[in-house]
Design a protein around this ligand. Structure first.
Ligand code: NAD
Ligand code: LMR
Length: 353
């Protein structure tokens, strides 16, 4: 019986030691991946906000990111200290206040900008223009000066104006590259996929529907006729579904009742877009995302369509593809509002000193 006790002790000790060794190896492999392609330097501007914090968490959790810089006008030292304890290899650094903005952008390859005020019930996205236009112009001006080659992903609303603002700022500094500037509309695609999956009893992860146009009300145009897998709806249900996708942001604003707009789903969508971009920059082929970009696909100088992403940002604009008569009507009905929002953004920068 002494022998059996000894044997049991030996087996238990060996098991514990083996488990600890496996855990240590797993932690090391997570922490010291040295693939040259997985060394992206990403900056988040507005990192302390409702979107900024969960977005930074998702980026910190990614093996694609080696350096994560967090900039905001408040709370970034705390957010950075908190995130920096997570056992992934991305090095997190916090920067606070305009004097630290240039340093936060040094060597950035991708800059994500969720800085700006969110809507309250009763407001349109355009009602945010007065505050957010200045915030985005100042932040992108710093990008044009300190990381002119970086991919710029704008989340701040109104996206239909903040992208033209960003382009004009880059033009002013003579560093404009339309293949590097993206209005992040991924949340519209995420929502469309989810709502269609709910209605058809599908796994949302397997649904993919392009959403084109812009990112406000009727400028958001889901192209349900191009959904994969193919789905069909009676016209009244199609119209209700389209309306729900167009007003999904307002659905969240109302539900949050004054406490802001979508943050968690936006962080997910923003991370999805950044990871797609990083994958494509790393040489992965066939990466496609919709985004609101400089475009020649319609009469609007900016328009969201599926884009083939590559090492240098937009590799190819894949255009709208074949639309149903209903979708064509939605596009033509969106044009006036889109053009006006774009012009408002462009005029804002032209009028600035
Ligand atoms: P929030 O108020 O929670 O956070 C905004 C953050 O920006 C705050 O931490 C604030 O300190 C910071 N900020 C303000 N001015 C700044 C400046 N000059 N420099 C750096 N940081 C600054 O708001 P939120 O819920 O995170 O939303 C942010 C923006 O994203 C809003 O404009 C909102 O409308 C927009 N949004 C866009 C989408 C989309 O699909 N593109 C989805 C959701 C929200
Ligand atoms: C969204 O679509 O959730 C965002 O644009 C935020 C908003 O104001 O609706």
């Amino acid at each position: 019986s002494v022998f059996i006790i000894f044997l049991a002790l030996f087996v238990t000790c060996s098991f514990v030691m083996f488990s600890r060794l496996s855990l240590t190896l797993a932690a090391l492999s997570r922490g010291v991946s040295t693939s040259a392609q997985n060394n992206a330097r990403v900056a988040v501007l507005g990192a302390s906000g409702g979107i900024g914090q969960p977005l930074s968490l998702l980026l910190k959790n990614s093996p694609l990111v080696s350096n994560l810089t967090l900039y905001d006008i408040a709370h970034t030292p705390g957010v950075a200290a908190d995130l920096s304890h997570i056992e992934t290899r991305a090095k997190v650094t916090g920067f606070i206040g305009p004097e630290q903005l240039p340093e936060s952008l040094k060597d950035a390859e991708v800059v994500v900008i969720p800085a700006g005020v969110p809507r309250k019930p009763g407001m349109t996205r355009d009602d945010l223009f007065n505050t957010n236009a200045t915030i985005v112009a100042n932040l992108t001006e710093a990008c044009a000066k300190h990381c002119p080659e970086a991919m710029i992903c704008i989340i701040a609303n109104p996206v239909n104006s903040t992208i033209p603002i960003t382009s004009e700022v880059f033009k002013k500094h003579d560093v404009f590259n339309p293949n590097h500037i993206f209005g992040v509309t991924t949340l519209d695609i995420v929502r469309a996929n989810t709502f269609i999956a709910e209605l058809k009893g599908l796994d949302p992860a397997r649904v993919n529907v392009p959403v084109i146009g812009g990112h406000a009300g009727k400028t958001i145009i889901p192209v349900i006729s191009q959904c994969t897998p193919k789905v069909e709806f009676p016209q009244d249900q199609l119209e209700a579904l389209t309306g729900r996708i167009q007003e999904a942001g307002t659905e969240v604003v109302k539900a949050k009742a004054g406490a802001g707009s979508a943050t968690l789903s936006m962080a997910y969508a923003g991370a999805r877009f950044v990871f797609s971009l990083l994958d494509a920059m790393n040489g992965k082929e066939g990466v496609i995302e919709c985004a609101f970009v400089r475009s020649e696909e319609t009469a609007c100088p900016y328009f969201s369509t599926p884009l083939l992403l590559g090492k240098n940002g937009i590799e190819k604009n894949l255009g709208m593809g074949k639309l149903s008569a209903f979708e064509e009507k939605l596009v033509s009905e969106a044009m006036d509002e889109l053009k006006a929002s774009i012009k408002k953004g462009e005029d804002f920068v032209k009028g600035r000193k």
